[in-house]
Write a protein that binds this ligand. Structure first.
Ligand SMILES: Cc1ncc(COP(=O)(O)O)c(C=O)c1O
Length: 385
């Protein structure tokens, strides 16, 4: 199989697996225990915390360990809302459901939520953002990079606007971490969500960066782990693996970015020049280097994915999470795409294990299957396929 769905999840790096094994086997202590087993487990957590912090230029004390991007986002949004500093939140219309759903939940509780529009490339309207700020705004949460089309938002500019107005700024950086260098201090980020399984770590673990001095309320109460912000015995094995994934992402960042750019630029060049009536979606420059997202006119994206799967290529129409709900992409809808453009879309996201040969094989298969699908397309006459 050729795996081109690295935005959905990534293969776990061998060094990450090696780091995790001892905590499955001999080092099974509870990190809260005083004895040697406990202390060893606790040390593993602190080592991982430091590695996670180093990847984004933070301090270890600013890292809250969670079960992944979804929990980090929920903790940021509800954790700020529970502080009762205001009842208005600004977000964008193209966020992941792990942002939109907690916002909708708060809306039902009487909060006012502003969903910023985006342009055809998926960029938020910063002037409109400024105009929406009120005395009641307690949080601005805007994703770093979009999970479907890969567009990167003007994070530093938005953080500055938030701070000028004394508003906390959160970013869902699940798709950006490891793909672009991020320093939370340079960018002025207050809260930032990370997920391990998007950077060759295990699933079900992640972190929320919380700038020193920013207060959030806990959502999970109990034994007081994680400074009382998230109770429950820590997932030591996965945390150790996540830490190693962050260490590798930092050490190999330049090389990985170069690799991603090489593969995606070759993929884009070949697809756009060899398959007619095809467009690249998302901002052409301001995008994460591992993402490509296309519309093949007259083709149904789901049919395309099935055909690709039959040809041993794993791809996606966009967000893996929305597939379950069978919703048309709210991201492409917000970017002004027609129903036909939305249904004809395909996301190909590369990772550290992909090769140029795989890209060439993928293009050859795509050329064949797009032609097959267009031959039986209801739009056949409209476009003269
Ligand atoms: C932008 C974004 N935010 C949040 C998530 C959820 O992360 P997790 O799977 O770790 O809960 C994802 C996962 O696809 C994502 O792409």
């Amino acid at each position: 199989m050729i795996y081109l769905d690295n935005a959905a999840s990534t293969p776990v790096h061998q060094k990450v697996i090696d780091e995790m094994i001892p905590y499955f086997k001999e080092q099974y202590g509870n990190p809260s225990s005083i004895h040697k087993f406990g202390r060893t487990a606790n040390t593993a957590i602190q080592t991982a915390r430091k590695r996670i912090a180093d990847l984004i230029g933070a301090d270890s004390k600013e890292i809250l360990l969670t079960s992944g991007g979804t929990e980090s986002n929920n903790t940021a949004i509800h954790g700020i809302a529970l502080q009762n500093k205001g009842r208005h939140i600004i977000t964008s219309s193209i966020e992941h459901d792990a942002i939109l759903e907690p916002c909708r939940h708060l809306e039902k509780e009487g909060y006012q939520i502003t969903y910023l529009p985006v342009d055809k490339d998926g960029l938020v309207d910063v002037d409109y953002l400024k105009s929406q700020i009120s005395k009641d705004t307690c949080l601005i949460t805007i994703m770093f990079a979009n999970n479907e089309v890969g567009t990167i938002q003007p994070i530093k500019e938005i953080a500055e606007i938030a701070h000028r107005n004394k508003i906390v700024f959160h970013t869902d950086a699940v798709q950006a971490v490891g793909k672009v260098p991020i320093n939370v201090n340079d960018l002025g980020i207050d809260l930032l969500s990370i997920s391990s399984h998007k950077i060759n770590g295990p699933k079900g673990v992640g972190a929320l960066y919380i700038r020193k001095g920013v207060n959030i309320s806990p959502l999970i109460l109990g034994g007081g782990q994680e400074n009382g912000l998230r109770s429950g015995t820590e997932n030591v094995t996965s945390i150790a693996g996540f830490g190693m994934a962050c260490k590798l992402a930092k050490e190999n960042m330049d090389q990985n970015i170069k690799h991603f750019k090489n593969l995606t630029s070759w993929l884009v060049t070949r697809i756009l020049s060899e398959i007619p009536m095809t467009t690249l979606n998302g901002h052409h420059q301001k995008r994460i280097p591992n993402n490509t997202h296309f519309t093949f006119l007259g083709v149904n994206g789901e049919d395309l994915i099935i055909k690709l799967d039959e040809n041993k290529i794993a791809a996606s129409t966009g967000s893996a999470c929305s597939v379950r709900t069978q919703k048309a992409s709210h991201v492409l809808g917000a970017m002004g795409f027609s129903h036909e453009q939305i249904t004809g879309s395909l996301r190909l996201t590369v990772g550290i294990t992909n090769t140029e040969e795989e890209i060439d094989q993928t293009v050859e298969v795509l050329k064949k299957v797009v032609q097959e699908l267009r031959a039986v397309s209801p739009y056949k006459n409209k476009y003269n396929f």
